[in-house]
Design a protein around this ligand. Structure first.
Ligand code: CO
Ligand code: CO
Length: 328
Protein backbone atom coordinates (compact mmCIF):
# COMPACT_ATOMS: atom_id res chain seq x y z
CA UNK A 1 0.00 0.00 0.00
CA UNK A 2 1.29 3.53 -0.72
CA UNK A 3 2.90 5.13 2.34
CA UNK A 4 0.41 6.93 4.58
CA UNK A 5 -2.72 5.27 3.15
CA UNK A 6 -3.02 2.72 5.95
CA UNK A 7 -2.70 5.42 8.63
CA UNK A 8 -5.50 7.36 6.93
CA UNK A 9 -7.75 4.31 6.69
CA UNK A 10 -7.27 3.26 10.31
CA UNK A 11 -7.47 6.78 11.78
CA UNK A 12 -10.05 6.86 14.58
CA UNK A 13 -9.96 3.16 15.48
CA UNK A 14 -9.03 2.67 19.12
CA UNK A 15 -6.82 -0.42 19.35
CA UNK A 16 -6.85 -2.11 22.74
CA UNK A 17 -3.51 -2.63 24.47
CA UNK A 18 -2.16 -3.88 27.79
CA UNK A 19 0.80 -3.28 30.09
CA UNK A 20 2.83 -6.14 28.61
CA UNK A 21 2.81 -4.71 25.10
CA UNK A 22 6.35 -3.40 24.56
CA UNK A 23 5.85 -2.51 20.89
CA UNK A 24 2.28 -2.26 19.62
CA UNK A 25 0.21 -0.38 17.07
CA UNK A 26 0.60 2.93 18.90
CA UNK A 27 4.25 3.04 17.84
CA UNK A 28 4.53 1.21 14.53
CA UNK A 29 7.78 -0.70 14.30
CA UNK A 30 9.18 -3.65 12.34
CA UNK A 31 7.35 -6.14 14.55
CA UNK A 32 5.12 -6.33 17.63
CA UNK A 33 6.75 -7.24 20.95
CA UNK A 34 4.95 -8.69 23.97
CA UNK A 35 6.47 -9.30 27.41
CA UNK A 36 5.95 -12.87 28.66
CA UNK A 37 8.19 -12.55 31.73
CA UNK A 38 11.00 -10.28 32.95
CA UNK A 39 13.44 -12.34 30.86
CA UNK A 40 11.39 -13.15 27.81
CA UNK A 41 9.40 -11.26 25.20
CA UNK A 42 7.65 -12.55 22.10
CA UNK A 43 8.24 -10.92 18.70
CA UNK A 44 5.53 -11.32 16.06
CA UNK A 45 5.47 -10.23 12.43
CA UNK A 46 3.76 -11.15 9.18
CA UNK A 47 4.52 -10.27 5.58
CA UNK A 48 3.42 -11.54 2.16
CA UNK A 49 3.44 -10.31 -1.43
CA UNK A 50 3.00 -11.18 -5.10
CA UNK A 51 5.96 -12.74 -6.99
CA UNK A 52 8.88 -10.38 -7.56
CA UNK A 53 10.95 -12.93 -9.50
CA UNK A 54 9.82 -15.48 -12.10
CA UNK A 55 11.45 -18.53 -10.51
CA UNK A 56 9.05 -19.92 -7.84
CA UNK A 57 11.86 -21.51 -5.78
CA UNK A 58 13.75 -18.22 -5.52
CA UNK A 59 10.51 -16.32 -4.85
CA UNK A 60 9.87 -18.65 -1.90
CA UNK A 61 13.34 -17.97 -0.52
CA UNK A 62 12.96 -14.20 -0.88
CA UNK A 63 9.52 -14.21 0.75
CA UNK A 64 10.90 -16.14 3.74
CA UNK A 65 14.06 -13.99 4.07
CA UNK A 66 11.83 -10.91 3.94
CA UNK A 67 9.39 -12.17 6.59
CA UNK A 68 12.22 -13.19 8.94
CA UNK A 69 13.97 -9.85 8.53
CA UNK A 70 11.61 -7.88 10.77
CA UNK A 71 12.51 -10.15 13.71
CA UNK A 72 16.22 -9.56 13.10
CA UNK A 73 15.54 -5.82 12.84
CA UNK A 74 14.13 -5.88 16.40
CA UNK A 75 17.32 -7.58 17.63
CA UNK A 76 15.48 -10.87 18.14
CA UNK A 77 15.84 -14.54 17.24
CA UNK A 78 13.10 -16.04 15.02
CA UNK A 79 11.92 -19.50 16.16
CA UNK A 80 8.70 -20.56 14.41
CA UNK A 81 6.86 -19.63 11.23
CA UNK A 82 3.57 -20.24 9.42
CA UNK A 83 2.95 -20.13 5.69
CA UNK A 84 0.45 -17.74 4.09
CA UNK A 85 -0.40 -18.93 0.59
CA UNK A 86 -2.75 -17.72 -2.15
CA UNK A 87 -2.58 -19.85 -5.30
CA UNK A 88 -4.63 -20.31 -8.51
CA UNK A 89 -4.68 -24.12 -8.25
CA UNK A 90 -7.36 -24.43 -10.98
CA UNK A 91 -5.21 -22.81 -13.65
CA UNK A 92 -1.63 -23.25 -12.49
CA UNK A 93 0.52 -26.34 -12.14
CA UNK A 94 0.86 -27.44 -8.51
CA UNK A 95 4.58 -28.06 -9.03
CA UNK A 96 4.97 -24.26 -8.99
CA UNK A 97 3.37 -24.15 -5.56
CA UNK A 98 5.65 -26.97 -4.39
CA UNK A 99 8.80 -25.17 -5.58
CA UNK A 100 7.71 -21.93 -3.93
CA UNK A 101 7.05 -23.61 -0.56
CA UNK A 102 10.32 -25.56 -0.90
CA UNK A 103 12.16 -22.25 -1.32
CA UNK A 104 10.53 -20.92 1.84
CA UNK A 105 11.29 -24.08 3.81
CA UNK A 106 14.95 -24.12 2.71
CA UNK A 107 15.37 -20.49 3.76
CA UNK A 108 13.76 -21.24 7.14
CA UNK A 109 16.12 -24.20 7.54
CA UNK A 110 19.09 -21.93 6.88
CA UNK A 111 17.72 -19.59 9.57
CA UNK A 112 17.07 -22.50 11.98
CA UNK A 113 13.38 -21.62 12.13
CA UNK A 114 10.66 -24.30 12.26
CA UNK A 115 7.56 -24.19 10.06
CA UNK A 116 4.67 -25.23 12.30
CA UNK A 117 1.60 -24.49 10.19
CA UNK A 118 -0.03 -22.20 7.72
CA UNK A 119 -3.07 -21.38 5.67
CA UNK A 120 -3.78 -21.37 1.95
CA UNK A 121 -6.58 -20.03 -0.22
CA UNK A 122 -7.54 -20.22 -3.87
CA UNK A 123 -6.81 -16.91 -5.57
CA UNK A 124 -6.34 -15.53 -9.08
CA UNK A 125 -2.87 -14.27 -8.28
CA UNK A 126 -0.04 -15.98 -6.40
CA UNK A 127 0.75 -14.49 -3.02
CA UNK A 128 3.19 -15.93 -0.53
CA UNK A 129 4.65 -14.95 2.79
CA UNK A 130 4.92 -16.03 6.39
CA UNK A 131 4.05 -15.05 9.90
CA UNK A 132 7.10 -15.36 12.10
CA UNK A 133 7.44 -15.59 15.88
CA UNK A 134 10.70 -14.95 17.69
CA UNK A 135 12.16 -14.32 21.12
CA UNK A 136 14.08 -11.48 22.71
CA UNK A 137 15.04 -10.22 26.16
CA UNK A 138 12.56 -7.41 26.98
CA UNK A 139 15.42 -5.02 27.78
CA UNK A 140 17.22 -5.68 24.47
CA UNK A 141 14.44 -4.63 22.08
CA UNK A 142 15.85 -2.40 19.32
CA UNK A 143 12.98 0.00 18.73
CA UNK A 144 13.22 2.15 15.59
CA UNK A 145 12.98 5.49 17.32
CA UNK A 146 15.65 4.89 19.98
CA UNK A 147 18.15 6.84 17.87
CA UNK A 148 20.94 8.40 19.93
CA UNK A 149 22.63 11.68 18.97
CA UNK A 150 26.24 11.12 17.90
CA UNK A 151 25.53 7.59 16.63
CA UNK A 152 26.60 6.50 13.16
CA UNK A 153 24.30 4.78 10.65
CA UNK A 154 25.34 1.54 8.95
CA UNK A 155 23.57 -0.16 6.03
CA UNK A 156 24.20 -3.87 5.33
CA UNK A 157 22.84 -4.48 1.80
CA UNK A 158 23.22 -2.43 -1.41
CA UNK A 159 20.27 -0.30 -2.61
CA UNK A 160 18.63 -0.63 -6.03
CA UNK A 161 16.61 -3.88 -6.14
CA UNK A 162 13.36 -2.03 -7.00
CA UNK A 163 14.96 -0.31 -9.98
CA UNK A 164 16.64 -3.50 -11.23
CA UNK A 165 13.33 -5.40 -10.86
CA UNK A 166 11.69 -2.69 -12.98
CA UNK A 167 14.41 -3.17 -15.61
CA UNK A 168 13.89 -6.96 -15.46
CA UNK A 169 10.21 -6.43 -16.34
CA UNK A 170 11.36 -4.35 -19.33
CA UNK A 171 13.64 -7.23 -20.44
CA UNK A 172 16.74 -5.10 -20.07
CA UNK A 173 18.67 -7.15 -17.54
CA UNK A 174 21.28 -9.86 -18.19
CA UNK A 175 20.77 -13.26 -16.59
CA UNK A 176 23.91 -12.67 -14.56
CA UNK A 177 22.63 -9.41 -13.03
CA UNK A 178 19.18 -10.89 -12.47
CA UNK A 179 20.76 -13.72 -10.48
CA UNK A 180 22.95 -11.33 -8.52
CA UNK A 181 19.98 -9.20 -7.46
CA UNK A 182 17.93 -12.30 -6.62
CA UNK A 183 20.72 -13.42 -4.29
CA UNK A 184 20.82 -9.99 -2.62
CA UNK A 185 17.06 -10.20 -1.92
CA UNK A 186 17.21 -13.83 -0.74
CA UNK A 187 20.12 -13.20 1.64
CA UNK A 188 19.12 -13.48 5.31
CA UNK A 189 19.76 -10.54 7.64
CA UNK A 190 20.60 -13.11 10.30
CA UNK A 191 24.41 -12.82 10.21
CA UNK A 192 24.22 -9.02 10.32
CA UNK A 193 21.87 -9.25 13.33
CA UNK A 194 24.10 -11.75 15.15
CA UNK A 195 27.17 -9.59 14.57
CA UNK A 196 25.54 -6.30 15.61
CA UNK A 197 24.42 -7.89 18.90
CA UNK A 198 28.06 -7.68 20.08
CA UNK A 199 28.15 -3.89 19.69
CA UNK A 200 26.55 -0.81 21.26
CA UNK A 201 23.43 -0.43 19.10
CA UNK A 202 20.68 2.08 19.93
CA UNK A 203 18.16 1.41 17.12
CA UNK A 204 17.65 -0.71 14.02
CA UNK A 205 15.21 -1.26 11.18
CA UNK A 206 15.23 -3.08 7.84
CA UNK A 207 14.99 -1.27 4.51
CA UNK A 208 11.98 -2.43 2.49
CA UNK A 209 9.12 -0.83 0.55
CA UNK A 210 9.54 2.79 1.69
CA UNK A 211 13.15 2.92 0.49
CA UNK A 212 16.24 3.93 2.44
CA UNK A 213 15.06 7.49 3.19
CA UNK A 214 11.48 6.37 3.88
CA UNK A 215 12.60 3.90 6.52
CA UNK A 216 15.11 6.36 7.97
CA UNK A 217 12.23 8.88 8.16
CA UNK A 218 10.25 6.36 10.22
CA UNK A 219 13.18 6.14 12.64
CA UNK A 220 13.71 9.91 12.83
CA UNK A 221 10.04 10.90 13.11
CA UNK A 222 9.23 11.09 16.82
CA UNK A 223 12.79 10.30 17.91
CA UNK A 224 13.83 13.81 18.95
CA UNK A 225 16.85 13.47 16.65
CA UNK A 226 17.78 14.37 13.09
CA UNK A 227 19.91 12.39 10.64
CA UNK A 228 22.45 13.08 7.94
CA UNK A 229 23.10 10.75 4.99
CA UNK A 230 26.28 10.97 2.95
CA UNK A 231 24.96 9.79 -0.42
CA UNK A 232 28.46 9.06 -1.74
CA UNK A 233 28.90 6.40 0.97
CA UNK A 234 25.62 4.54 0.38
CA UNK A 235 26.23 1.14 -1.26
CA UNK A 236 24.31 0.89 -4.56
CA UNK A 237 23.96 -1.95 -7.05
CA UNK A 238 26.10 -0.29 -9.79
CA UNK A 239 23.76 -1.29 -12.64
CA UNK A 240 20.81 0.24 -10.75
CA UNK A 241 22.44 3.65 -11.17
CA UNK A 242 22.54 3.11 -14.94
CA UNK A 243 18.89 2.01 -15.08
CA UNK A 244 17.87 4.97 -12.89
CA UNK A 245 19.65 7.31 -15.32
CA UNK A 246 17.54 5.74 -18.09
CA UNK A 247 14.36 6.54 -16.16
CA UNK A 248 13.50 2.98 -15.08
CA UNK A 249 12.14 4.12 -11.72
CA UNK A 250 9.30 2.18 -10.04
CA UNK A 251 6.19 4.27 -9.23
CA UNK A 252 6.73 3.47 -5.55
CA UNK A 253 9.93 5.54 -5.51
CA UNK A 254 7.98 8.69 -6.43
CA UNK A 255 5.28 7.94 -3.84
CA UNK A 256 7.96 7.38 -1.17
CA UNK A 257 9.53 10.72 -2.03
CA UNK A 258 6.25 12.62 -2.08
CA UNK A 259 5.23 11.20 1.30
CA UNK A 260 8.40 12.23 3.15
CA UNK A 261 9.52 15.28 1.15
CA UNK A 262 8.68 17.82 3.88
CA UNK A 263 11.16 16.35 6.36
CA UNK A 264 14.05 15.77 3.93
CA UNK A 265 16.57 18.28 2.55
CA UNK A 266 18.72 17.03 -0.33
CA UNK A 267 21.80 19.03 -1.35
CA UNK A 268 21.70 20.27 -4.94
CA UNK A 269 24.96 18.51 -5.69
CA UNK A 270 23.32 15.08 -5.22
CA UNK A 271 22.47 13.80 -8.74
CA UNK A 272 18.81 13.06 -9.49
CA UNK A 273 19.58 9.37 -10.17
CA UNK A 274 21.10 9.00 -6.71
CA UNK A 275 18.09 10.77 -5.19
CA UNK A 276 15.77 8.28 -6.94
CA UNK A 277 17.84 5.38 -5.63
CA UNK A 278 17.55 6.69 -2.07
CA UNK A 279 13.73 6.40 -2.37
CA UNK A 280 13.75 3.13 -4.37
CA UNK A 281 11.42 0.55 -2.73
CA UNK A 282 13.49 -2.45 -1.67
CA UNK A 283 12.45 -6.07 -1.33
CA UNK A 284 14.08 -7.83 1.61
CA UNK A 285 16.67 -5.05 1.97
CA UNK A 286 19.45 -4.74 4.52
CA UNK A 287 19.49 -3.63 8.13
CA UNK A 288 19.85 0.07 8.90
CA UNK A 289 21.74 0.17 12.20
CA UNK A 290 22.36 3.07 14.58
CA UNK A 291 25.64 2.29 16.40
CA UNK A 292 27.73 4.33 18.83
CA UNK A 293 30.43 6.37 17.10
CA UNK A 294 33.23 4.52 18.93
CA UNK A 295 31.93 1.12 17.75
CA UNK A 296 31.20 2.10 14.15
CA UNK A 297 34.49 1.13 12.49
CA UNK A 298 34.71 -2.15 14.44
CA UNK A 299 31.13 -3.09 13.54
CA UNK A 300 31.73 -2.38 9.84
CA UNK A 301 34.86 -4.54 9.78
CA UNK A 302 33.14 -7.30 11.76
CA UNK A 303 30.29 -7.27 9.22
CA UNK A 304 32.72 -7.38 6.30
CA UNK A 305 34.71 -10.21 7.93
CA UNK A 306 31.38 -12.00 8.45
CA UNK A 307 30.78 -12.04 4.70
CA UNK A 308 28.56 -8.94 4.52
CA UNK A 309 30.74 -7.29 1.89
CA UNK A 310 28.50 -4.28 1.16
CA UNK A 311 28.17 -3.10 4.78
CA UNK A 312 29.04 0.59 4.98
CA UNK A 313 28.73 3.62 7.26
CA UNK A 314 26.33 5.97 5.46
CA UNK A 315 25.63 8.83 7.86
CA UNK A 316 25.01 9.90 11.42
CA UNK A 317 22.47 10.95 14.01
CA UNK A 318 22.38 14.61 14.96
CA UNK A 319 21.21 16.20 18.20
CA UNK A 320 18.39 18.28 16.72
CA UNK A 321 14.75 18.29 17.77
CA UNK A 322 13.76 19.28 14.25
CA UNK A 323 13.57 15.61 13.26
CA UNK A 324 14.81 16.26 9.75
CA UNK A 325 16.95 14.26 7.32
CA UNK A 326 19.71 16.02 5.40
CA UNK A 327 21.28 14.30 2.42
CA UNK A 328 24.67 15.52 1.20
CO1 CO B 1 10.73 -3.86 8.68
CO1 CO C 1 7.26 -5.94 7.64
Amino acid sequence: MPPGDLDKALCGIAFPSDENVIIGLDRADDAGVYRVSDELALIQTVDFFTPIVDDPYWFGQIAAANALSDVYAMGGTPKTAMNLVAFPSKTMDLSILRQMIQGGVDKLKEAEVILIGGHSIEDKEIKYGLSVTGFIHPKRVLAKKNLRPGDRLILTKPIGTGIVNTAIKANMVSEQLSEKVTRVMAALNRDAALIMANFDISACTDVTGFGLLGHLAEMVNGSGCSARIVSGQVPFIPEAEEFAAMGLIPAGAYKNREFREQMITIAEAVPRTIQDLLFDPQTSGGLLISVSNVHCADLVSALKNGGIADAAPIGDIIDSQEERIRVI
